[in-house]
Design a protein around this ligand. Structure first.
Ligand code: F0G
Length: 482
């Protein structure tokens, strides 16, 4: 029955397939593009090929309590629009529930992601429900009147990947797969390994040897993944995995899997809920494989379409200058073509030269009026230290958002009075080596730091080694070492 509730729409040629018809690499058999999940009853993109079945399928697990669904208008007999205020009430009520799926910040919104036969079977670690934090010092640093950060690093495995993984891994288990797999710069593998362990599935991780942060590698091992380090970069791992899934019954959990994005759209719903069903003017996200920006965009667009909110924020993407294929594509061809680059940045999570979802990213930039920026290694390090000084902290890849915002404000693309939310994608403990090297003064080369010395110096925390005496500590206090 679930195949009548949702279908997969090719974002290239608009062909529709059921989940069982999708190929193991999640690319369209005709045009090679990626799919997105579409709900025939209410998606704005739908053609109503399956909608009548949905109308008859009102006994499904997604039926709303009495009165939550509004009957369709006579002029639109095949659609079914949920009642926005009833949904808002229901989602809030679930915060008081003891049911695991109600305690999840993803499945709490399950009416907007009806992808499982039975949502009670969802594999959940109570992901989501992350804080939206005021960032007054970072606002000042960026020249903004105010600034918010949605901290997705506060998820169970420390990154935004958990919201997508609960969705796609639950689909994998429901479909009876024994093995799941991903290529990763670290966070996807940590999330996949954790959820696979919870579900009792085996999981294969392909990571580039020596190029992911230890915190993330240790998580995959801790959660029991078969972790293969390949002598290549992330893009090479993706190529190898594409071949593996052709030859082995293994479910691909990279972000080409459209169910991942259904989970990753829910922070948009949380933001709207936290802002009393208003949305920010602008949301800024880091860009790596370029799926998350479109996931959030989908969330905001669906909310507007369903009458839950009135507007869609601009969504901007920031890349590290050393891994900037989308930025270059936007500059040279307005996003029509993308030439892969050799990626090199210390923000290892986004060290990606050939992003799979770049066309989806271009589309969301165009549809929402967002920008694509790039930032240098020094700009990333400074922004990360500034976010740390708020008592918030994040991993390097997340800090590109603040660094990029500074540029957007400086040249007037974002006004100081706008309501901006930075999406902080990973926890500061994911890459503590980066942080320690920054504070020791060993992170950046002289060339990278040139011109930024006066910004870096006050952000560095001292770590003096002292004799074990109160006198020694008191002398340091008197000298005012921060
Ligand atoms: N921020 C963090 C902390 C990430 O781990 C990633 C991606 C991104 C941003 C970029 O998101 O790929 O949707 O544009 N990490 C992937 C991984 C690639 O394997 O963990 P994106």
């Amino acid at each position: 029955m679930i195949d009548t509730v949702h279908q997969l729409r090719c974002t290239g040629c608009s062909q529709r397939v059921t989940q069982r018809e999708a190929r193991s690499n999640f690319r369209c058999a005709d045009c090679g593009e990626l799919f997105e999940v579409e709900y025939p009853a209410w998606s704005s993109t739908s053609v109503a090929v399956h909608a009548p079945a949905l109308v008859h399928a009102n006994g499904s697990h997604y039926e709303l309590p009495n009165g939550l669904g509004a009957p369709s208008l006579p002029t639109q007999p095949r659609t079914w629009m949920p009642n926005a205020s009833a949904l808002r009430w229901l989602w809030k009520e679930r915060r008081h529930s003891a049911l695991p799926i109600d305690q999840s910040g993803v499945w709490r919104f399950r009416e907007l992601l009806p992808i499982l036969e039975n949502p009670n079977d969802a594999v959940t670690l109570r992901e989501g429900n992350t804080p939206l934090l005021g960032m007054p010092r970072c606002a000042q640093a960026a020249g903004m009147e105010r600034l918010l950060a949605k901290h997705q690093g506060m998820n169970p495995t420390g990154s935004f990947k958990d919201t997508g993984m609960t969705a796609a891994l639950s689909v994998a288990r429901e479909r009876g797969f024994e093995w799941v797999a991903c290529a990763s710069t670290g966070n996807t593998s940590a999330a996949m390994a954790a959820y696979a362990a919870r579900a009792g599935l085996r999981c294969l991780v392909l990571i580039p040897e020596g190029k992911i942060a230890w915190g993330k590698l240790s998580q995959a091992m801790d959660y029991g993944a078969l972790t293969c380090q390949l002598r290549t970069d992330f893009d090479g791992c993706v190529r190898v995995l594409a071949e593996v899934v052709e030859h082995y019954p293994i479910y691909l959990l990279n972000s080409v899997n459209p169910y991942r994005l259904e989970g990753q759209k829910t922070p948009a719903l949380e933001m709207a809920e936290e802002m009393e069903w208003n949305v920010p003017d602008h949301v800024i996200v880091p860009g790596g494989n370029l799926a998350n920006c479109s996931a959030l965009g989908k969330g905001f667009q669906e909310m507007k379409h369903l009458g839950l909110t009135r507007t869609v924020p601009s969504i901007s993407v920031v890349q590290a200058a050393g891994a900037n294929p989308l930025y270059t594509s936007m500059q040279t061809s307005a996003g029509r073509e993308l030439t892969p680059v050799h990626a090199d940045t210390r923000a290892s999570a986004i060290r990606i030269g050939s992003p799979a979802s770049w066309r989806k990213a271009v589309r969301i930039l165009e549809q929402t009026g967002g920008f694509c920026e790039q930032v240098s290694e020094a700009e990333i390090a400074i922004a990360k230290a500034e976010i740390g000084r708020e008592g918030v902290g994040c991993e390097p890849a997340s800090a590109v958002t603040l660094a990029g915002l500074k540029k957007l404000v400086k040249d007037g693309r974002v006004k100081p009075s706008e309501n901006v939310v930075l999406l902080l994608t990973g926890h500061t403990l994911k890459d503590s080596e980066y942080t320690i090297e920054f504070h020791r003064g060993n992170l950046l080369s002289e060339g990278e730091a040139r011109g930024y010395e006066s910004k870096i110096a006050p952000l560095r925390s001292e770590m003096p080694v002292l004799d074990a005496s109160a006198d020694a500590v008191l002398r340091v206090l008197a000298a005012g070492v921060s």
